[in-house]
Design a protein around this ligand. Sequence first.
Ligand SMILES: [Ca+2]
Ligand SMILES: [Ca+2]
Length: 133
Amino acid sequence: MVPVTKPIFPTLPSAVNFNNNLFNRMTTTEPVTTQMATTPEPNECLTGTHRCDMHAECTDASPGYTCVCKAGYNGDGFICEDLDECAQPGRCSPDSVCTNAPGSYVCTCKDGFTGTSGSCMDENECLTGRHGV
Ligand SMILES: [Ca+2]
Ligand SMILES: [Ca+2]
């Protein structure tokens, strides 16, 4: 009787190379996934990758970021539109005219009244010299 001997493990060079390639692939793939997992959360507000409106405040968060419209603007932070303050009653004194402006508003005293925004007084033409001679 002639004993039949079979190799338990493959000894062909191609089989060894295949195992080496697989091993190399596993060892080269692992650092990539580790690097992705440890990549710090980006500050979109500094990198400029946020989508906040130009009239919104960007605040970095993890993950992502938040956008809040600035004072004088209305919206969800991604789209901010100027607030028409003049559409709201009582913004300016009854003796002044309200003019809407981007992010703000202006109260201008009506003719015959002097003062600053919000407080207009009847102009004393006798003192200001704006009376006829
Ligand atoms: Ca972030
Ligand atoms: Ca406005």
